[in-house]
Design a protein around this ligand. Structure first.
Ligand code: CO
Length: 502
């Protein structure tokens, strides 16, 4: 009886997943291939399919089967994997059924209109154009939190969509400690006598040669090009339809080679996670990544902890010199290593180094939390933003396009998303510290361009499990402790202490 019910449950889930995959292909195509004039129809096709997916998920048909499975779950008759599948689907299901269709549709429409208004506001650096739209989004997000329910802060209900189980209270504690540390070390770096000139890495890098190098690096890391592709888009991203079809994109800048190289390493890190998920679990939560924070930890380990280390470039720098001899011939590897790790406060989040990046995130986290809790108002955001930028990064913001208007997230309704970026950095450092213990010869292996043990470790400990564990369970299982900013601070102290002679 149980097996029959569970089999039917999995079939229903698979149906939903196929629609999901179709949606992902459409979005990928929109970013990579679609002509501009196709935008209008594409938005309608996506909205209609997304509606269908929602309807199927909250249908009577699906309710019947999931409630039957729940009985087995409540009687503890499901095995460990089945229980995890149920737990995750139930979590999402209970959230979804609490949101009335009219609310979901209204939010989708508000967000889709807001995005073009935001783009205009940013272009003209005029916050007032966007203000009433953002007010509407914040009001709806407060309503969403109320509908979904929460224990302490309404912001928790929003964080939960991206990082299940995480709370604003836990984040506040971890982020506060991190903020004090970062503001302090940034001051020391500014005072340091060491001057790094990253401009010497600028040059003229033909795009085909950049692509050649990027593909070489991705392949070395373990990306399977027979189960994936690499294309170009305005904003780099990774998408997956199945572990055998995982796609990454990158963006090229003719004068800045490292921009595409580091973003390729980052996206390859995401892609290796997706390619490492077990095919047999496809169409269930065990065939999905745990959370955005854990996903980001995979990209960050590769991009920062590995990809911006000296060992990594001991292997790849000679190759880089072969492809671009004119520019790199005169630059020694030590200078190159320091230049790619220059710390410099920038008003723009996406241009920030790995240290100041987190101050950008903490600033957004603090603002989002207070906005959703209702202790600050949208109209005051530019003032609040600029004051925090001055305090944390020592920067004076003169244009809102360089400040509060720089990110697309809020206009798309993504409030509670930003913290997952810094969570990714913290998880990455905590995992990396454990990996180094488990693989004592790791640095030597990387110097030789050998990433097999590293990838095998990530596969075994993280990728293979899908959503079997929650983020917190996984981190505790691997490292023996819960999320901690200690490892990231140690990593920053040690790396930048050496570079800047602190
Ligand atoms: Co990422």
């Amino acid at each position: 009886m149980k097996n029959k019910v569970f089999k039917e449950f999995r079939e229903k889930l698979l149906e939903l997943w196929h629609i999901n995959s179709a949606l992902a292909v459409l979005s990928w195509d929109q970013e990579v291939n679609m002509p501009t004039k196709g935008a209008d129809l594409r938005a309608k096709t996506i909205a209609s399919l997304a509606g269908l997916l929602h309807q199927k998920f909250v249908s009577k048909d699906f309710a019947k089967i999931i409630k039957e499975v729940k009985k087995f779950y409540d009687r503890s008759e499901l095995n460990r994997k089945e229980a995890a599948i149920f737990r995750e689907v139930w979590r999402e299901y209970s959230r979804e059924v609490k949101l009335p269709s009219e609310f979901v549709e209204e939010l989708a429409e508000v967000c889709s209109r807001s995005q073009s208004v935001w783009a205009k506001a940013r272009k003209e650096s005029n916050f007032e154009i966007f203000q009433s739209y953002l007010e509407k989004i914040v009001e709806m997000k407060r309503r969403e939190a109320k509908l979904v329910g929460y224990k302490n802060s309404p912001y928790d209900a929003l964080i939960d969509t991206y990082e299940p189980g995480m709370t604003s209270e836990e984040l506040s504690v971890v982020f506060y400690e991190l903020k004090i540390f970062l503001v302090d070390i940034l001051k020391k770096i500014k005072k340091s006598k060491k001057k790094i000139d990253a401009k010497k890495l600028k040059g003229n890098f033909p795009l085909d040669k950049q692509e050649q190098f990027n593909k070489y690096v991705a392949e070395k890391m373990g990306f399977d090009f027979e189960a994936g592709r690499m294309d170009i888009s305005t904003h780099p991203f990774t998408t997956n339809f199945h572990p055998d079809d995982v796609r990454i994109t990158t963006r090229y800048d003719r004068s800045n080679l490292l921009y595409s190289v580091l973003s390729t390493i980052h996206e390859t890190g995401h892609a290796l996670y997706e390619q490492g998920i077990k095919v047999e679990n496809f169409g269930t939560p065990l065939g999905e990544s745990i959370s955005l924070g854990i996903h980001e930890s995979q990209s960050r380990i590769w991009e920062k902890n590995i990809g911006q280390s000296k060992e990594f470039w001991k292997y790849f720098y000679p190759e880089l010199k072969k492809i671009f001899p004119d520019i790199f011939r005169k630059i020694k590897i030590d200078e190159f290593y320091e230049a790619i790790n220059e710390v410099k406060a920038s008003p723009i989040r996406t241009e920030a180094d790995e240290l100041t990046y987190n101050l950008h995130i903490i600033l957004r986290f603090e603002i989002e939390k207070e906005l959703i809790e209702g202790s600050i108002e949208v109209k005051d955001l530019p003032k609040i933003w600029n004051a925090k930028m001055k305090e944390y990064l020592g920067l004076k913001i003169s244009k809102d396009s360089q400040g509060v208007l720089q990110d697309v997230h809020w206009s798309g309704g993504s409030i509670g998303y930003f913290p997952t970026y810094t969570l990714g950095n913290l998880y990455a450092a905590q995992l990396h510290a454990k990996i180094k213990k488990d693989i004592p010869g790791l640095e030597k292996e990387i110097e030789k361009g050998n990433f097999e043990n590293l990838l095998a470790w990530l596969r075994k400990n993280i990728h293979n499990h899908g959503k079997l564990y929650t983020a917190d369970e996984l981190i505790r299982k691997i490292t023996g402790e819960t999320l901690s900013s200690k490892y990231f601070m140690d990593y920053i102290n040690s790396k930048y202490g050496k570079i800047y002679g602190l």
